[in-house]
Design a protein around this ligand. Sequence first.
Ligand SMILES: Nc1nc2c(ncn2[C@@H]2O[C@H](COP(=O)(O)OP(=O)(O)OP(=O)(O)O)[C@@H](O)[C@H]2O)c(=O)[nH]1
Ligand SMILES: [Mg+2]
Length: 309
Amino acid sequence: MNIASPSTGWFARLRDGLRRTKEGILRPFEELLRRGKVDEEFFAELEAVLLQADVGPATTEKLLGRLKERVARERLVEAEVLKEALATEVLALFSSCRADLDLSARGVVYLVVGVNGVGKTTTAAKMAAHMRKEGIGVLLVAADTFRAAAIEQLETWGARLGVEVIRHGPGADPAAVAFDGLAAARARGYENVIVDTAGRLHTKANLLEELRKVRRVVEAGLDGRRLCSLLVLDATTGQNALHQAQVFREVVGTGAAVLTKLDGTAKGGVAIALVDRIGLPIALVGVGEGIEDLREFVPEEFVAALFGA
Ligand SMILES: Nc1nc2c(ncn2[C@@H]2O[C@H](COP(=O)(O)OP(=O)(O)OP(=O)(O)O)[C@@H](O)[C@H]2O)c(=O)[nH]1
Ligand SMILES: [Mg+2]
């Protein structure tokens, strides 16, 4: 695997965003390697490092098991080789469960779900901005009717990006907004639709029921488009994101995850746990509040940003 790293553009932003996670994993790992002894103590300390980065106990155990096997089989002792071995094992986990989402694809309805504050609306706006740039006709749908401010937030983004927003008043039935959104897309020939939803925590059961209903309406109105459900998860919540993924799994069905706020957290290891434990592939990653700070998750890129120079 090539872990050399270009220094500009998206990759640089990803690498900068992952800086704290990288410092949490790679720096201590390199320190361990410098001691030059790959023994039980080495693995015990590496375990602590991975747990600290929110890789989670089960996934950490799996990674260490594989690394130990390789160390024994291939008699790995050299620091660079060991580092590359760990990077390869992480990449293997990611590669077994890929989303391979393409934001430049046409004919897709995105349903954006997740608990409150994780970055759904921002993600929807960033996605729309990308599509606009690519010349794709995209419509935003404000199916978060829970708060008036939520509708305004999406409208503000729409105005800034030159993207039409379908909305109803606060308190309206989200499924009805979704229905109107898809009808508008059909009538006006928009290629892609992005449906933003509400994420309040305190009425979880209701929220999930409401989302199921929105999803049914969206499915019925696809009109030849593909449905892509995206579960937005906040990386700063670490292992808690796994719990959310479990709860939402059934609602998103065969969808994928968006991991936001990877910038400024040392808990980026949760990406590895998410794929390994929940089997939910990661479609997009967010590394900042800027409109350009979201892109498709490419395992090779992510691993290079984490383990590269
Ligand atoms: N640093 C950072 N901040 C982000 C990222 N994505 C979103 N945010 C910020 O997170 C905050 C919440 O984002 P929203 O998009 O409003 O979250 P939401 O899930 O729509 O929230 P509700 O609608 O209240 O459920 C905002 O201040 C965003 O700017 C990211 O990748 N990095
Ligand atoms: Mg929102």
